[in-house]
Design a protein around this ligand. Structure first.
Ligand code: DCP
Ligand code: MG
Length: 467
């Protein structure tokens, strides 16, 4: 094996049943058990399932009720996002010891460009084993599956090939032959709408797509046809970008009863804003971005997000922006729409220790903001000493009790991608990441662009989630 055989060496590493494995690592009683990570409420969705629970059919994004029907003996454990974030940081640091080019795709997976490193680390099999050992050591015992190829696409398919604890090497000259028998669902961009479409055209395997006439593909699939054929030929020139996963902090509440009125939704936003603000201040973060998410009773997801001119950690400011977004979200929709989930997230976080961002922390030009902030800091201290219920807002004390209480709050400190607490839609998703996770191909020209104005950059999306 020499570097001539490998024009590029690209590793894709993806942790096995990540959240579930972290829970099993931290609580040995859970080892070997069918485990589901998600809210205890049957109205929530499964974030992930241990491999033991997957045998009965429980899996990510499945409604909890369905997963428990399939796997009634499963132990349900609510997520601890901060712990996953902490382990993710250890994993990404371990990857960084192998190469300066690490592209994190989510908390638990990354591409690592090892081109030119064969002389240092040995041949690909050796590299893979060292990466697996490094992750095991850095996390205290978590397993990662690794795929190594000379393109991102093939490496990604390879890491999934022998999960869990898999190590699959696909040398460049074998890539096409290796891909050929795979089902078309393995093509990036062949999601739940596209796979049946390909099958109706008689294209069942990646080899079928590779051998099809380009004219036929263009006529029946447009640009998507050429995109798929190029992947089927193992062509994927994309480079590994150096990218860290951006942090966000949020709170999604699946309600026990649907809500309709703006006041009721605002009530949940207020509580989430208080909680997120408190945690931002506690951890020394401020956020540039605020996002509101609503899910209708029939599972349609509406999100809208706003970038602020200056970062904030004020609960009042978070709430004010969230309320604004809520009103914009509601205007075009039917007034009687019922909502089952209300979510608020602070994203694009900056830390006070981050030297690049010092400017934002020194000169707060709005003294009102400062005043509100010191009041909030005083409230934080009370909450810390006497618990979250110690301070209530006057508006909350007067509320009628007709609004349902919520399921345990899914608070998280996680990356934008891992914000698949709601797997149906995440506007921050990079389309390539979506393709890699089985979503449908979106041609470039139809991709939404972000409208710009002087003060705000914002983006919104209404996803029917009909798939
Ligand atoms: N996740 C989520 N919602 C989803 C999918 C995933 O919250 N719809 C979270 C839980 C997962 C983590 O992200 O543990 C990583 O996602 P993966 O798709 O890599 O799934 P796992 O690591 O759990 O399992 P696998 O072994 O298949 O990679
Ligand atoms: Mg994983």
């Amino acid at each position: 094996m020499n570097s001539k055989d490998w024009p590029r060496v690209i590793v894709h590493a993806d942790m096995d049943a990540f959240y579930a494995s972290v829970e099993q690592l931290d609580d040995p009683h859970l080892v070997g058990q069918p485990l589901i990570i998600g809210p205890r409420s049957r109205r929530g969705v499964v974030l992930t399932a241990s491999y033991e629970a997957r045998k009965s059919g429980a899996k990510s994004a499945m409604p909890m009720a369905e997963a428990l029907r399939r796997c009634p003996h499963a132990v349900v454990v609510p997520p601890r996002f901060e712990r996953y974030q902490q382990q993710s940081e250890a994993i990404m640091r371990a990857f960084a010891d192998f190469s300066p080019s690490v592209e994190a795709l989510s908390l638990d997976e990354a591409f690592i460009d090892m081109t030119g490193a064969l002389e240092i680390f040995g041949e690909p099999m050796q590299i893979g084993k060292q990466i697996q050992q490094a992750v095991l050591d850095a996390t205290g015992g978590l397993q990662v599956s690794v795929g190594i190829a000379s393109t991102k696409y093939v490496a990604k398919v390879a890491s999934d090939f022998e999960k869990p604890n898999g190590l699959t090497i696909v040398p460049p000259h074998k890539a096409v032959q290796w891909l050929d028998p795979m089902p078309v669902s393995r093509l990036w961009g062949a999601g739940p709408k596209t796979v049946p479409r390909l099958q109706r055209l008689g294209l069942h395997t990646i080899g079928d797509v590779r051998r099809a006439s380009p004219l036929f593909l263009r006529k029946s699939l447009g640009n998507m046809g050429a995109h798929f054929q190029s992947l089927a030929n193992a062509n994927d020139p994309r480079k590994v970008a150096r990218r860290r996963v951006a942090r966000s902090m949020g709170s999604d509440r699946t309600l026990l009863q649907d809500v309709t009125s703006t006041a009721d939704i605002a009530h949940y936003l207020r509580r989430s804003a208080d909680r997120i603000g408190r945690r931002l201040r506690d951890k020394g973060y401020r956020c540039f971005g605020v996002r509101v998410k609503l899910k209708t009773h029939d599972f349609r997801v509406m999100t809208r997000q706003v970038l602020l001119p200056a970062p904030t950690d004020s609960s009042d400011e978070l709430y004010a922006v969230a309320f604004d977004i809520l009103q914009q979200l509601r205007t075009p929709s039917e007034p009687s729409l019922k909502f089952r989930l209300v979510g608020l997230a602070a994203y694009d976080l900056v830390h006070e220790d981050d030297p690049v961002q010092l400017d934002f922390f020194s000169g707060d030009e709005f003294s009102g903001r400062d005043r509100s902030r010191s009041l909030e800091q005083a409230l934080d201290e009370v909450t810390q000493r006497f618990g979250a219920g110690a301070v209530a807002r006057a508006a909350d004390l007067n509320r009628s009790s007709t609004v349902a209480d919520t399921t345990p709050n899914l608070d998280f400190v996680a990356d934008g991608l891992a914000m698949e607490v709601d797997p149906e839609h995440d506007p921050e998703h990079d389309p390539e990441h979506d393709y890699a996770h089985g979503q449908d191909y979106v041609p470039n020209e139809q991709e939404p662009s972000l409208p710009e104005s002087d003060e705000f950059l914002d983006d919104w999306c209404f996803d029917t989630g009909s798939d």
